[in-house]
Design a protein. Structure first.
Ligand code: NAD
Ligand code: TYD
Length: 349
């Protein structure tokens, strides 16, 4: 029986990965390790918390002693590492938090894997989940491939790039079996409403301004979160040790076009007149060092591992809007207290 440690499983992407693994692989024991920061929410996993192959561990990846103790106690065969500080705007306000969690936390996990697996790495795997933001920013043309040089531009992407380098260094130096994937922007149910799409859904509903940084020209390549979770499943089971896989939906949208589409979808759902919600669009001060464009070339995972995205963007966005409309209590719980303070500080005039 495989014992799999999934870090950050109470977060947005992690909760979808935990659910997929718990339901699809009843013979695996899944251990979800999460510190439950503002972004971690056990409500995301209510439907599976009673399953016999699911275990929750509340802990901090920056605590090496604790990480060693759980490796000793549970003897993990594999690690799927998603725990991270993940929001670019927060990384601009407090970069150290990102160094601690994303860099030191990752190295702590690598140290534990190195110490407990030793030379006996048969059947072991350290899978590091990363982002396309490590490649930097593109102009109008071209894509990020697995061989694009790293050129991170924000404290968040620089911390993720550092962690990717450490993962590859442990593979090269200590022969830890690793695999890395770099994915484009995710959207879907359970995303914390500080990120663009859930923030706008929430604000459209409440007729609050929709803050668009700069002119809204920046382009992101959006992928439905469940398609990312499926790619992670495929890479975990079929990916080649030492390899990197880029994951993306070939689905580029400027922020302004995306928010306009969201407004159209929500006008229909809310019985508003066409164009009504778009009047809420509000151009605000640009993000410092705002990357212009991200776009992933996902041909390697498609050709070599047979993965492909299942949803068109319009369909995925509509499903996402429906989820947020049907889960008002989830949104109420996560938008109270400290999130209000963050919001006021971030968007003050
Ligand atoms: P998230 O912020 O929603 O979740 C992160 C989770 O990690 C939370 O549950 C949080 O409690 C936990 N965590 C944070 N610090 C921790 C610590 N010190 N110890 C233990 N747990 C801790 O993030 P997400 O959007 O789900 O992203 C998950 C991973 O995927 C990250 O590594 C991120 O870099 C990567 N990624 C995200 C996207 C995206 O669009 N969201 C795209 C590509 C890659
Ligand atoms: P975000 O969801 O924070 O993801 P990332 O910065 O990791 O790509 O932002 C997506 C895009 O939306 C990015 O170009 C910044 C922009 N944005 C806004 O214009 N307004 C906002 O309030 C937020 C949160 C983001």
């Amino acid at each position: 029986m495989s014992k799999i440690l999934i870090t950050g499983g109470a977060g947005f992407i992690g909760s979808h990965v935990v659910r997929l693994f718990v339901n699809k692989y009843p013979s695996y024991q899944i251990f979800n390790l999460d510190k439950l920061t503002y972004a971690g929410n056990l409500e995301n996993l209510k439907d599976i918390e009673e399953k016999p192959n699911y275990n929750f561990l509340k802990g901090d990846i920056t605590d090496q002693k604790y990480i060693n103790s759980i490796f000793k106690k549970f003897q993990f065969d594999a690690v799927l590492h998603l725990a991270a500080e993940s929001h670019v705007d927060r990384s601009i306000a407090s970069p150290m938090e990102f160094i601690h969690t994303n860099v030191i936390g990752t190295v702590n996990l690598l140290n534990a894997a190195k110490g407990f697996w030793g030379a006996n790495t048969e059947g072991k795997l350290f899978y590091h989940i990363s982002t396309d933001e490590v490649y930097g920013s593109l102009d109008q043309g071209g894509y990020f491939t697995e061989t694009t040089s790293y050129d991170p531009q924000s404290p968040y992407s620089a911390s993720k790039a550092s962690s990717d380098h450490m993962v590859r260094a442990y593979h090269n130096t200590y022969k830890i079996p690793v695999v890395v994937s770099n994915c484009s922007n995710n959207y879907g149910p359970n995303q914390f409403p500080e990120k663009l799409i859930p923030l706008c859904i929430h604000n459209i509903k409440q007729r609050k301004p929709l803050p668009i940084y700069g002119k809204g020209e920046n382009v992101r390549d959006w992928l439905y979160v469940i398609d990312h979770a499926k790619a992670i499943d495929i890479i975990f089971h079929k990916g080649k040790i030492g390899e990197t896989y880029n994951i993306g939906g070939f689905n580029e949208w400027s922020n302004l076009d995306l928010v306009k589409l969201l407004c159209q979808i929500m006008d229909k759902k809310l019985g508003r007149q066409e164009g009504e919600s778009a009047q809420l669009i509000n151009f605000v001060k640009d993000r410092a060092g705002h990357d212009l464009r991200y776009a992933i070339d996902a041909q390697k995972i498609m050709k070599e591992l047979g993965w492909e995205p299942s949803l068109q963007f319009e369909e995925g966005l509509e499903k996402t809007v429906d989820w947020y409309m049907n889960n008002e209590s989830w949104l109420e719980h996560v938008t109270s207290g400290s999130y209000q303070q963050y919001y006021e500080e971030q968007y003050k005039a």
